[in-house]
Design a protein around this ligand. Structure first.
Ligand SMILES: Nc1nc2c(ncn2[C@@H]2O[C@H](COP(=O)(O)OP(=O)(O)OP(=O)(O)O)[C@@H](O)[C@H]2O)c(=O)[nH]1
Length: 536
């Protein structure tokens, strides 16, 4: 079960948090920075398209304007206007094919009073000059286009020209007017030359090349409806912001009264980017992020988490079982794996030191329980041994006997042979006692000085007496010389026997006292004998 303090849990949530953060960051960046930036760039391009249309429109109109004045027969026009030579205009100047070729739909010439002299329309070519708009010289729109001699004078007798947009025969047209003045010099005007060109599909086609997307012309009622959506009005400067309407941008073209005559629209460019919030790039970014973070998690899993968990398991198992032979067996190269190997080394060291300590303790225990001279169990061990036996339930049901024995006249032996020989005799007697008993069930101990105690488990009184007599016999049979003044010639033993019958608890002290009393009795009775404690 993962807890919040678990490193794997923390790493998992860190990775999860990173994924969610990246997703949120990518979404926010796309929503508030990338998409708006793309959209602004696209809108800017749309505006540039519109400006290019406006610029081409201006160029087209400028070329029309130049056509009036840069005319090979301008001086003749100047003269014919002064003379009101209608025939010259109709028969010589008006050549429909050449004007059609130049994209001009018609010419009109007016005298200084604004009265028409001659007119010509490529669509309505008649000798009677039948283009109604240009005939009604009193109309305010035409008056605005005609150039009065005063305005030429006000211009320092320099030619004056104007541009206007007018509906002619219900078709929007650009009208260029020019004062009829001498070519290349100052001078009074003889009237106004006017030419026009219909803003029809043919004209719009001249704007199309080089402009991506379609360009459309809007006329009539539609223009008034589109007026609120004009991004710009022709001739009124360049806007900073596009105002798209039905995926198009509009340039309004007004007449001299400020009324929209027609409009040209440009389709806004198709967006080369996906404007949906969760587009392929965002989803790819998220997938890549998740993949990278998953790989990072896997890397951390194999290089950090798993070795750490293995290390922790090893340490926990070793400390719980106190078995330091366990090894992590880690084989990697990074610091965690190195730590694992160092912990293995540490465990090996602890294991070695523990073995040494156990061996040393065993040795110390052996020393503390052993008599250094004879190698027999000492009195401390005897006490523990009897205590342990007394605590065992099985001891009560079985018989047990205690032999307390003492070498006879040992003081005299020491005095005669010296202490060193006395030590050797003690060792010899000890060895004889051990040889004459069963090591599996009998404990031979040196109680102190030249006194020995033998514990006989599962041994009844009569058997214990036999064992005691065997011990006396064994010592006598060894014939250890004892040439002292006392009158004996070999070393002998006196033994006191006390037994616990089956079915009674072991009272070690009491049993010892009884055996000791029996020994005392054996000494008093002349030594070199076995005495049984009374009452057994
Ligand atoms: N060489 C040697 N003598 C010891 C040792 N321990 C005790 N003795 C001697 O053993 C002698 C025991 O003497 P006593 O207690 O008088 O007894 P005993 O002379 O054997 O006389 P009984 O026991 O009455 O027969 C003493 O002289 C102690 O110095 C020992 O480790 N080595």
């Amino acid at each position: 079960m993962l807890s919040k303090n678990n490193l794997r849990f923390q790493l998992f949530f860190a990775v999860l948090f990173a994924c969610v953060s990246i997703l949120a960051a990518q979404t926010l960046i796309r929503q508030f920075w990338t998409l708006p930036a793309f959209e602004a760039m696209a809108a800017h391009n749309d505006l540039l398209d519109l400006k290019r249309v406006e610029s081409q429109l201006t160029q087209e109109i400028t070329s029309l304007k130049n056509l009036v004045y840069d005319n090979a027969v301008w001086d003749k026009i100047y003269q014919a206007s002064a003379e009101r030579d209608v025939n010259w205009f109709q028969e010589t100047f008006f050549i429909p094919e050449s004007f059609q070729h130049l994209g001009i739909n018609g010419w009109y010439f007016y005298d200084i009073k604004g009265a028409p002299i001659a007119g010509f329309s490529t669509e309505h070519a008649t000798a009677e000059l039948k283009v109604p708009f240009f005939e009604s010289s009193r109309s305010s729109e035409l008056s605005d286009i005609l150039i009065s001699p005063e305005s030429v004078r006000q211009n320092g007798l320099m030619p004056v020209s104007k541009i206007g947009f007018i509906d002619i025969l219900d078709m929007p047209a650009v009208v260029v007017s020019h004062s009829i003045a001498p070519s290349g010099a100052k001078g009074n005007s003889h009237g106004t030359a006017v030419l026009w060109r219909y803003m029809d599909e043919r004209f719009i086609e001249t704007l199309t090349p080089g402009i991506p997307g379609d360009i459309q012309l809007h006329t009539g009622e539609e223009v008034r409806q589109l007026a609120p959506y004009f991004t710009m009005v022709f001739g009124e400067g360049v806007p900073n912001q596009a105002v798209p309407f039905q995926n198009r941008l509009y340039i309004g073209i007004q007449n001299t009264q400020g009324t929209p005559v027609f409009a040209v629209s440009v389709a806004i460019r198709e967006r080369p980017f996906d404007s949906a919030l969760f587009d392929a790039s965002l989803i790819s970014g998220i997938v890549i992020s998740i993949t990278i973070l998953t790989l990072f998690y896997m890397f951390m899993h194999f290089q950090l988490l798993r070795p750490l968990e293995r290390l922790l398991d090893t340490v926990c198992l070793a400390t719980r079982s106190r078995d330091f032979s366990i090894r992590s067996g880690m084989q990697g190269r990074n610091e965690i794996f190195k730590l694992g190997r160092r912990i293995d080394d540490l465990f090996a060291l602890i294991g070695k030191q523990r073995s040494e300590l156990v061996a040393r303790n065993q040795e110390l225990q052996r020393i503390s329980n052993t008599d250094p001279l004879t190698g027999l169990a000492n009195r401390r061990y005897l006490d523990q041994y009897l205590q342990t036996l007394a605590s065992h339930a099985s001891t009560e049901s079985r018989p047990l006997a205690l032999l307390v024995m003492d070498i006879d006249y040992f003081k005299a032996y020491n005095d005669h042979y010296g202490h060193s020989r006395g030590d050797q005799v003690l060792k010899q007697v000890s060895s004889l006692l051990q040889q004459s008993t069963h090591s599996a069930t009998d404990l031979v101990s040196r109680y102190g000085g030249e006194e020995f105690v033998v514990v006989l488990q599962n041994t009844a009184e009569d058997e214990a007496v036999k064992v005691a007599e065997n011990l006396c016999v064994a010592v006598r049979a060894a014939k250890i010389h004892h040439e002292s003044a006392i009158g004996v010639d070999i070393l002998t033993l006196s033994v006191g026997v006390a037994g616990k019958p089956p079915g009674t608890p072991l009272q070690a002290e009491k049993l010892f006292d009884q055996a000791d009393a029996a020994l005392y009795a054996a000494k008093r009775a002349g030594r070199n004998r076995v005495e049984v404690a009374p009452g057994i």
